[in-house]
Design a protein around this ligand. Structure first.
Ligand SMILES: [Zn+2]
Length: 250
């Protein structure tokens, strides 16, 4: 997918970056990214992906905007309360970059619901906030061999899990966390979350997605990153694939 003059101008600053050139930009333009959840993670992630020139964003979220979302869900405005997140997001992202195609799915997905949407996807961003949905997304990612960038945040802390189902023998989310589907006692509605921590994590999801699609990701396995928003420190862990994983072992 070749670039026109306007696109050369629009993306010039990222095309100058080492490892990113015209060919990388064309790959971004040809790519579809599926974003599940347009909350505190999906807002920054989708903004950066739209700005960077991803060809198509599939925006999946069945929720409406609430007043208590506005502290961290930076696509939305005070006057948006009561509207569908995915619809408002699509409108705002198109204003940012009219070259980007969007498709809105107003559902909180299950595995079947997601499966039909993944055929053309380059990768999936898991920006949800519940464990049962995360497990479903992971199963679909493994079934379709699509890379999955999953993030979460609570309080001052964030987690980034890069599931490289596109790489032979890489671990999946169930290798890291098991098949847990019960909600923990602590979540964003009971324990709170700092908005900028979600900004860091959502931005990391977008950055990883761009690297993988552009073909300059250096990671060769699944990995987990933990971010401490109080100290600003990151810790990274490799995740070994479980040979008896119920989801990904062959
Ligand atoms: Zn697994």
């Amino acid at each position: 997918m070749s670039l026109n003059h306007q696109e050369f101008l629009r993306y010039s600053r990222q095309m100058m970056v080492a490892g990113m050139g015209e060919e990388s930009q064309e790959k971004l333009k040809a790519a579809t990214v599926v974003i599940v959840g347009l909350g505190g993670l999906g807002c920054p992630a989708s903004l950066y992906l739209a700005a960077a020139g991803i060809g198509k964003l599939m925006l999946i979220d069945g929720d409406e905007i609430e007043l208590s979302n506005l502290q961290r869900q930076i696509l939305f405005r005070d006057s948006d309360v009561g509207k569908y997140k995915a619809k408002v997001a699509a409108k705002r992202l198109l204003k940012l970059n009219p070259n980007v195609q969007t498709e809105v799915v107003l559902e909180n997905i299950d595995r079947q619901g997601l499966a039909g949407l993944l055929d053309d996807a380059a990768l999936i961003l898991d920006c949800t906030d519940n464990i049962a949905t995360r497990q479903e997304i992971n199963r679909a990612a493994v079934a379709y061999s699509k890379p999955l960038i999953s993030a979460a945040a609570l309080g001052w802390e964030g987690q980034l899990l890069e599931v490289r189902t596109d790489i032979e023998s890489a671990a999946c989310l169930a290798c890291a966390y098991g098949l847990e589907e019960d909600e923990p006692m602590m979540n964003c509605s009971t324990a709170g979350v700092m908005g900028p921590v979600l900004g860091v994590m959502g931005s990391m999801q977008a950055l990883r997605a761009i690297q993988i699609i552009a073909g300059n990701s250096t990671s060769d396995n699944s990995q987990l990153g933990r971010f401490d928003g109080k100290s600003g420190e990151w810790k990274h862990f490799g995740i070994p694939a479980k040979t008896d994983c119920a989801v990904c072992s062959k």
